[in-house]
Design a binder for this molecule. Sequence first.
Ligand code: 13P
Ligand code: SF4
Length: 310
Amino acid sequence: VDPTLDLFEEIEKLKKEKNAIILAHYYQEADIQDIADYIGDSLGLSQQAASTDADMIVFAGVHFMAETAKMLSPDKKVILPDLKAGCSLADSCPPELFRKFKAKYPDHVVVSYINCTAELKTLTDICCTSTNAVHIIESIPKDKEIIFAPDINLGRYLVKKTGRDMVLWNGSCMVHEIFSGEKITKLIERHPEAKFIAHPECEAHILEIADFIGSTTGLLNYTKRSDAKEFIVATEAGIIHQMQKASPDKTFIPAPPNNTCACNECPHMRRNTLEKLYLSMKYEQPEIILPQWVIDEGRASIDRMLEISA
Ligand code: 13P
Ligand code: SF4
């Protein structure tokens, strides 16, 4: 890319020229968040993807999110700036293994966290996100047993919160399982006035010491309404950009990960850059293409979720 190009200007031009909408997750780098038409959590992004009248959806997020957008708007062109932007959590639940697992519980309702592949959604009765998970579980009749996949940490949190004893798949997110309880406890001691807030994909020992647990949108809203001036944030650090913008006089400290990891940025989310975003819009690729049967069999699980969350 010509280094003299103003990428912000060029991307704005391409948006108009191609009637494109940029949807960005909170874990994207700050520049991408700033140029996006909509920034949100997984639920908000799905709702936008389902309702947009743009011709092209440029998904600044990871692969499963762009797949979800494609399932919801199959006639639109869906672009992901870097096709390799995957997800360790989605990868931790291969559909062929899950199919065998599910066969052991033929009468169970399958609830899958939206962070899973499009193919896994074809084996799912109803999807959920971290924003609506409790509500979705509570919508299932009490006499029905539930399998929850793929995130075991969110699953355990939901078992505790709803009192429903679910069969859990053993998957996890590489970003949310690296937080160090010991270092966080020391940080809390040094900042006694700070609120410690965490995403439910974190391990149980982290959630136990949290003042507030929520999805990315839930955490952001909490920091806006709280009287506290300092927050220790246990989720991907990208969300801090919006927290800081909304509350410039408050301080946000990324929760420390353990020693094996240098930072709490998702390497998959961070594959997208402003330059790749520009190129993907210009050349309209990489494009998300799904087999028709995956759209046909997977979409109902997302539609059910959106109906319940409306
Ligand atoms: P939410 O933004 O829906 O809370 O999801 C977090 C996440 O891990 C997305 O990859
Ligand atoms: Fe997947 Fe975790 Fe990255 Fe979200 S933060 S995309 S769940 S690896």
